[in-house]
Design a protein around this ligand. Structure first.
Ligand code: ADP
Ligand code: MG
Length: 603
């Protein structure tokens, strides 16, 4: 037996490794199993090129728990290591790698790290107090060697016994970690998480826990729809089948494989676990793909696998990485290509699926300029009659009827068909048509679309009195004199809380409502920005304030002024109540008073 010293400045880097990566301790299993897989793939390659001859025997990686000895062992039948190789790759190289890693990341927030690749073999010391390697190299007449290190900077090297070529990595667990990592259930869970698609069979408790040949590595031409559906079920059991998939298969100029699914879900997957998974050469890296993939992919599901995504760097470095940028652009292009393809091949099918595509397409357009340009003619709007049009088609459809005095086509929309029923009816009676923008991004999207299509404005159907929705060049004479209007205003103001309403006395067509309440377009957009958590350009000022329009040309206005002072309030209150009721704003004492009044009116 021979002993040696690991040459590092720090007395003992293991406590640092352990403490520092505490939250992500479990990745040691990924590192050790993928080393075993690498060693196995190496022997396959050597065998293929004739450098390692003979029958390789069964190739698999075994993971075993020994309760009594408190060990966790990872064994492979790969290339193995000679004494010199252990010295070189483990004691020197891997160690210096680990030291460098710790140095580099010591001051950083662990949250910033994705992957932690590069720590490799030494991650074993995050959970083990002592690590033993027993290895037999494939090289002719290689002796079996045993390396042992107890977590200090000294190690020993010795002879040992092992029948077949390959390596055992034996972790002697610390008391505190043995409970977790000697649990069969836990190890199985970790293997399922990190090693589920590793390319060599991984055996645990006599059971193969991985699928070494995952679908995304196969050629699309060899697969049918059912294969994709099956794989989806494998990834996300108990979920409704997806709408369709995109198979990405690129070698140049970067390496990218993956299958993306459009799920049958029409709200954000934000807080759910079933998201797109990122792999690097079939090793699971993360489900937190934000900043790595196009932002809107949080709405999709599936797998993306690329060894060209740097994994041991911070998020900000990732975002500016040129490979990541290219990969992101590539995926975004693939998604738009697929959507265009379906639209062109079978518009009806596209429309049938629109309910689920809606949010993804709009999210994509809002967050990715190029995607927006490609999808501009494939983004649909739904009318209150449930008909679907592209935006361009819709503009052409309503141009004649809905173009205002500034030559702008006004797209009228409702954010809530039921609540805005009366406004929609009024618009329809005026010969207008209304589209439905009920989704969480829709009002945002309206603002965005105004920038993409010329001479188009979106307006909430309840944002103004009907004759002001699509403004025409016409002046309406006032029925009342200026003094009469002022008198009317005084009475209204005595009944309305001016903190909640902007009161406007206007001369509208006589047949329009005497009092109507509106949320003007600007207010609605500001409110939506606030909902999205964006800071508002002008502070909270005027937020949630609605506009109360009094039509002084209405017959009711003249009637009011003809009444005795004490009757005026009651009279106006009645119309005020109706306007409030229409907008769902009648509540509390006002609601009680109104209901009482309606009850009494029947007798
Ligand atoms: P990396 O895998 O990135 O090279 P590691 O620290 O994980 O870094 O491993 C260091 C080296 O130790 C490997 O490159 C390999 O040469 C050797 N090694 C580790 N585990 C095994 C194993 N099970 N069989 C053969 N060689 C191994
Ligand atoms: Mg490794």
């Amino acid at each position: 037996m021979r002993t040696g010293q690991i040459s590092v400045q720090s007395e003992n880097i293991f406590p640092i490794i352990k403490k520092f990566l505490y939250t992500d301790q479990e990745i040691f299993i990924r590192e050790l199993v993928s080393n075993a897989v690498d060693a196995t793939k190496k022997i396959q390659t050597l065998n293929r090129i004739g450098e390692a001859s003979g029958n390789l025997g069964e190739l698999k990686v075994e993971v075993k728990i020994d309760d009594k000895k408190k060990t966790l062992t990872i064994s492979d039948y790969g290339v193995g290591m000679t004494e010199e190789e252990i010295e070189k790759y483990i004691t020197q190289l891997a160690f210096s790698g680990a030291t460098e890693f710790v140095e580099k990341w010591k001051d950083k927030d662990p949250e910033q790290m994705i992957g932690h690749f590069g720590l490799g073999f030494y991650s074993a010391f995050m959970v083990a107090k002592e690590v033993t390697i027993i290895s037999k190299s494939f090289k002719k007449d290689a002796e079996v060697v045993k390396w042992n290190c107890d977590g200090t900077t000294s190690y020993s090297m010795d002879k040992a016994k092992r029948k077949r070529r390959g390596t055992d990595i034996i972790l002697h667990l610390t008391d505190e970690d043995s409970e977790t990592y000697l649990s069969q259930w836990k190890i199985k869970e970790l293997l399922r998480k990190y090693c589920r698609f590793l390319p060599i069979p991984i055996e645990f408790e006599g059971e193969t826990i991985n699928n070494p040949d995952p679908l995304w590595k196969k050629k699309p031409s060899e697969l049918n729809t059912e294969d994709y559906t099956k794989f989806f079920e494998e990834l996300y059991p108990m979920q409704e089948a997806p709408l369709f998939h995109i198979h990405i298969n690129t070698d140049f100029p970067f390496n990218l494989n993956g299958v993306l699914y459009f799920p049958k879900i029409n709200q954000a997957l934000d807080n759910r676990k079933d998201r797109v998974q990122l792999y690097s050469n079939q090793v699971f890296v993360t489900e937190d793909v934000k900043d790595v993939l196009p932002e809107f992919l949080v709405l999709l599901q599936g797998v993306v696998d690329s060894p060209d995504i740097p994994l041991n760097v911070s998020r900000s470095a990732l975002q500016s990485d040129s490979n990541v940028k290219k990969i992101t652009a590539h995926i975004s292009k693939k998604v738009s290509d697929k959507l265009q393809e379906i639209f062109k091949a079978d518009r009806e099918e596209y429309q049938n699926k629109w309910e689920y595509l809606d949010l993804i397409v709009k999210y994509g357009m809002l967050s990715d300029e190029k995607f927006a340009d490609r999808m501009k003619d494939y983004c649909l709007v739904k009318t209150t009659e449930e008909k679907l049009y592209t935006i361009e088609e819709w503009i052409n459809h309503c141009k004649t009827n809905q173009t205002d005095k500034n030559d702008e086509t006004i797209i009228l929309y409702t954010t809530d068909i039921k609540a805005q029923h009366m406004s929609i009816k009024a618009a329809q009676n005026a010969g207008y048509e209304v589209v439905v923008l009920e989704g969480p991004l829709d009002v945002h999207f309206a603002g965005f679309a105004e920038g993409k299509f010329e001479k188009v404005k979106f307006k909430g159907v309840d944002s103004a009195p009907i004759n002001q929705l699509i403004e025409k060049d016409e002046t309406i004479e006032s029925v009342l004199s200026k003094e009469q209007q002022e008198e009317l205003e005084k009475v209204v103001k005595s009944l309305v809380n001016e903190a909640s309403f902007d009161i406007k006395i206007e001369s509208l067509p006589p047949q329009q409502d005497f009092i109507s309440i509106h949320k003007n377009e600007w207010e609605r957009r500001m409110e939506e920005y606030a909902k999205m958590g964006q800071s508002m350009p002008f502070g909270d000022l005027g937020m949630n304030k609605k506009t109360l329009v009094v039509n002084s040309n209405s017959e009711v206005a003249s009637n009011t002024l003809n009444k005795a002072a004490e009757e005026q309030s009651n009279y106006i209150q009645h119309f005020l109540d109706i306007a409030l009721l229409e907008k769902g704003l009648l509540a509390g004492n006002d609601l009680e008073r109104f209901i009482q009044k309606v009850k009494n009116s029947i007798n």
